[in-house]
Design a protein around this ligand. Structure first.
Ligand code: ADP
Ligand code: MG
Length: 681
């Protein structure tokens, strides 16, 4: 049995004690493999040696030169001493300057040749190099080569990382095992793993670096896609309850409106799943306000028609109650029994609900996480719906499904994701898209403003309230230690309620409040006890307050576009014209671009495409709980070709060996199992 770097604690490396291990842990490095895959953030090209006479002011240079003077020490004041030494090559003389580093005297010996790398300063014709890195000219670890630059943490220096990674590579390269099967390496001309690891840290030249990068990116995508496809195929084979009664008309005719084409299309897809005899695993993606709830309701209705129970889970109590209030009248009128189960349901009621769910007296349960507690048991649960799924982990979604046998699952999300990305982020699910809003929606006029507009906006807020409307003011969630320019919800609330709107009832909601206090603040706003709600992004999901017509977002530059769009979707839900005001503190080019799309477009898909282009895919991966999917080196925005190739390769692999049970697929199976565990935790 070999010791894989993956299974080797970093402490087994030479020179790593408890203290260093602790510091490395801050970089996410726990094993030797973590260290070997702690990739540089960039590289410095020190490969070219130049003559001293060629150095340029303010530029970095690498020179080979002989020390021609002793190191002299210059005391400036307490805590500041500098050291000077002159070096020369056959073209000229250079003065090297070091600060507060007495050891220079022992390191640099007169008459010996070294290589120096550092920034050049030319003063009145005299050439200086400030705090150069150097080594004997026969070495090429930090000079005469391409040097990796890593992200650091307290106590960990570039030099230490370079040395330790080189050491780790030396001791463990022979134990690196390639998870990519050899035939795939061949087909896509990928280099072997040891070459890749070596050259991603210490590239021989830029071509080798590219070769290494390409392979490592391929590997990340390949493992992810193999994992997701395997999860999906395992789930997709499971037999599900086949519904025979799929006539939706009684439900549809009891609605006060008719479905949009997009809603109808998605309903058809769901009905097809429910009839098929295979378990449904479907994601419904639709912009805020596109009408996902009614699609879910149709599935609930069909389930009850067929004599089975269904459950619909929402991330907050407010949202769960809203679903219950909206849907249960329609469903009850069709003879279907509904209930609401949340954290604040009284113990006595809970007991009653548990009994009725277990003996089948209730057909449909709406609720929060309370639905997945151990005490809840169903007689014959056949459908589990999760709303605003990005607020749940996959594990929680699965827990609800596990309350029955072969349960169909439907998850809803209002975070529109570009199609290409959706395939990755939700590769384990089938995807339906509602890409159309119900008729008659008004555009939410959106303005991006600076501090100079503060007074006018405050007046505008007041005017809306006087008209009988309500306003949200959203602040970014910040730690107190962060910069002064950013408004925390609490401070902003204190200021506004004291100085600007002392006569208007205001509420506040933020993440650090107790769930119960949050709920009651939300309820006050929903029923109109408060007119202005200051909050962090906790209000981002699903809540429907038709009287809210104004959304003010502070430090809008701090939010992702998709998040801004989500937040804006909290207004414009009633008949009144609605507005969104984005306060920006900085106007970098990127911010300008991002705010421009917000003011121009109300279309979540268009906005998300722009977000992907401008900021890369990070924000979208955040839409899965805990950033379950993250990449060490791959970048979805840039690496689409590799993404596609690796997807095809993953598909082919699973076609040939669906369970990855062949011996030569042992290590890819191991990786896939590890990742799928992480994804479902
Ligand atoms: P979301 O997709 O954000 O969850 P909802 O399901 O809450 O959106 O729907 C938003 C509003 O649109 C609700 O008030 C709902 O009754 C209404 N609605 C949904 N579908 C239609 C439709 N086809 N025609 C008119 N109004 C609709
Ligand atoms: Mg919704």
């Amino acid at each position: 049995m070999v010791t894989r770097p993956q299974d080797t604690d970093i402490k087994y490396l030479k020179g790593i004690g408890d203290a260093k291990a602790k510091q490395l842990l801050r970089l996410g490095v726990l094993t030797v493999w973590d260290l070997l895959t702690y990739f540089p953030v960039r590289f410095e090209d020190r490969s070219k040696i130049i003559k001293i006479c060629e150095v340029e002011h303010d530029k970095y240079a690498c020179v080979n030169a002989t020390v021609i003077t002793p190191v002299s020490e210059h005391y400036i004041r307490k805590g500041l001493t500098y050291y000077k030494v002159q070096v020369r090559d056959d073209s000229g003389i250079l003065t090297c300057i070091f600060f507060n580093n007495p050891y220079i005297k022992t390191y640099l010996k007169r008459g010996y040749e070294y290589s120096f790398y550092g920034k050049i300063n030319i003063r009145r014709g005299a050439r200086e190099m400030l705090t150069p890195e150097f080594e004997p000219s026969s070495h090429s670890e930090c000079t005469k080569c391409i040097v990796p630059v890593y992200a650091l943490t307290n106590g960990i220096t570039q030099k230490f990382l370079r040395k330790t990674i080189a050491e780790a590579y030396k001791s463990y390269s022979k134990y690196l095992i390639d998870p990519i099967p050899p035939e795939i390496l061949r087909e896509y001309s990928l280099c072997p793993i040891d070459f890749a690891i070596k050259n991603i840290h210490f590239p021989k030249d830029f071509d080798s670096l590219e070769i290494a990068k390409k392979r490592l990116i391929f590997e990340e995508f390949f493992i992810l896609q193999t994992t997701l496809r395997k999860m999906k195929s395992t789930a997709g084979k499971a037999t599900g309850i086949s519904f025979s009664k799929v006539d939706a008309s009684p439900f549809l005719s009891s609605l006060p409106f008719s479905l949009t084409n997009a809603q109808r299309q998605v309903c058809d897809e769901i009905i097809k799943d429910l009839k098929s005899g295979v378990v449904m695993n479907r994601l419904v993606q639709g912009d805020v306000g596109s009408g996902k709830t009614v699609v879910a309701a149709l599935a609930l209705f069909l389930c009850a028609q067929n004599g089975y129970q269904a459950a619909m889970m929402a991330p907050t109590e407010v949202l769960a109650r809203q679903h219950y209030n909206d849907l249960s009248p329609v469903l009850e009128s069709l003879g279907i029994k509904c209930t609401l189960l949340t954290g604040s349901t009284t113990a006595k009621n809970k007991k009653d609900i548990y009994d009725k769910l277990e003996n089948g007296d209730i057909d449909i349960a709406f609720g929060t996480h309370a639905l997945i507690t151990e005490k809840v048991a169903f007689r014959n649960l056949a459908l589990a719906i999760t709303d605003e799924q990005h607020r749940f982990g996959v594990r929680q979604r699965m827990l609800l499904g596990e309350k029955g046998d072969c349960v169909h699952t439907l998850v809803m999300t209002a975070t529109p994701i570009p199609r290409t990305l959706a395939l990755i982020v939700y590769g384990d699910l089938d995807i339906s898209v509602i890409d159309e809003l119900p008729p008659g929606r008004q555009r939410i006029d959106t303005y991006c403003v600076g501090e100079d507009m503060r007074e006018r906006i405050n007046n505008f807020i007041r005017k809306e309230i006087e008209k009988g409307n309500r306003a949200y003011i959203v602040c970014p969630a910040v730690e107190e230690s962060e910069t002064m320019e950013i408004k925390s919800a609490q401070e902003h609330y204190d200021f506004l309620s004291r100085n600007i709107f002392p006569d208007i009832p205001m509420g506040i909601v933020h993440g650090k409040m107790k769930a119960k206090d949050k709920e009651s603040a939300m309820c006050d706003f929903i029923c109109g006890n408060t007119k202005i709600l200051v909050s962090t992004t906790v209000i981002e999901v699903g809540v429907n307050v038709p009287e809210a017509t104004l959304m003010v977002i502070e430090n809008a530059e701090r939010f992702g576009l998709s998040q801004l769009h989500q937040l804006r979707g909290r207004v414009g839900r009633g008949k009144e014209k609605s507005y969104c005001v984005l306060f920006c503190n900085s106007f970098s080019d990127e911010t300008k671009e991002r705010m421009k799309i917000m003011t121009k477009s109300n279309d979540g898909f268009e906005i998300s495409e722009t977000d992907l282009k401008l900021r890369g895919p990070g924000d979208f991966f955040g839409t899965r709980q805990h950033g379950e999917i993250s990449f060490k080196i791959a970048n979805l925005a840039n690496d689409f070709t590799v993404l596609k190739d690796s997807g095809i390769a993953a598909e082919k692999l699973l076609l040939a060996d669906p369970d990855l049970s062949n011996d030569e697929h042992y290590y890819i199976r191991l990786e896939a199992e590890k990742l799928s565990q992480k994804l479902t935790l």
